[in-house]
Design a protein. Structure first.
Length: 313
């Protein structure tokens, strides 16, 4: 291999990583890569650790496995999968190897699972689920061996993103059997939301809030959920309760103002929302709040026009 690459170990590594990318399930390129890594580790370390290219991170995942660093191997292949989920990277022989499944930590696999979603690709299709099947098998094996509730909750998020809502719920139940946590209830709420059951989602968010009463973000989640259902009285109430815990939080202040304006037609609340608009961190959420607020009864047309100009989407 080195002879074909002019004696350059980094070029040989790049070539072999390309061969792995072309057929992740083929053991041949891995054997050559293992031999190259064994013979030229000092020269190649910089090439795999100093680059963020897909081939370099792919190579890093396998050489980390060779070195026994299973957590780094998992994180690297999670990043590669997030970048290109249209390739079945996890069909790599090492990913299903007991040496990997028996040693990778639940926290690392959970973080790797989240990385598969980093780029926002749609993972909910039969073809995608088939490519990601080794991930589901790894999640089952590692969650049974090391049922850390927070890690299981993050793994359940990946299952939900892949459309495996029943499996996501089951993983949350497994986490609950160890310890009930706010994070697990939040993930469960998100899954109920995905399947369209707002009542169950609200119940899960309320259980999460019982576990972490001062969490303003949970109050906002409940406010938004009720707003989605058209219950702006409940939305305003939940946002207002959140403000008792974090009165300076701008997103919460904006939501409370928007839901009060929608409920009562309060011009003062719509004006407050307009004043907060330039500092809102999420333009899409701001625009949604403006839509709600401007639908309030009896609001002055000139104020509605001003609110329209505050949109940032």
């Amino acid at each position: 291999m080195l002879a074909h690459c002019g004696g350059d170990p980094a070029a040989a590594l790049h070539h072999l990583a390309g061969a792995v990318a072309a057929a992740p399930e083929d053991p041949g390129p891995y054997a050559l890569l293992a031999e190259l890594w064994r013979d030229r580790t000092p020269e190649l370390t910089g090439a795999v650790e100093g680059s963020t290219s897909l081939r370099a991170v792919l190579a890093l995942s396998y050489v980390s496995f060779l070195d026994g660093d299973m957590d780094r191997a998992a994180l690297a292949i999670g990043s590669v999968t997030g970048a290109r989920p249209d390739v079945a990277w996890a069909r790599a022989p090492w990913f299903g190897d007991e040496r990997f499944l028996g040693a990778v930590s639940a926290d690392a696999l959970a973080e790797a699972a989240l990385r598969t979603m980093d780029r926002g690709h749609d993972l909910d299709s039969d073809a995608m689920r088939e490519r990601l099947r080794p991930w589901f098998e790894a999640i089952e094996a590692v969650s049974a061996r090391q049922p850390s509730p927070e890690a299981l909750a993050r793994m359940a998020m990946m299952l939900r993103a892949c459309g495996l809502t029943d499996a996501s719920f089951a993983l949350c139940d497994r986490a609950d059997a160890v310890q009930r946590t706010m994070m697990v209830e939040v993930v469960r709420a998100g899954t109920w939301r995905r399947v369209g059951d707002a009542r169950q989602a609200a119940a899960a968010f309320e259980r999460a809030l019982a576990l972490d009463p001062g969490n303003w973000s949970l109050h906002l989640d409940l406010a938004d959920l009720h707003a989605e259902q058209g219950d702006f009285a409940a939305a305003a109430r939940w946002a207002g309760e959140g403000l008792t815990h974090e009165p300076a939080e701008i997103t919460l202040r904006a939501a409370a103002a928007a839901y009060r304006a929608r409920l009562s037609g309060s011009a003062a609340d719509l004006r407050q929302l307009v004043e907060l608009a330039p500092d809102m961190p999420n333009p899409a959420y701001l625009d949604l709040l403006l839509d709600h607020a401007c639908a309030g009864p009896g609001l002055p047309p000139e104020l509605i026009s001003e609110a329209g100009r505050a949109r940032r989407g």
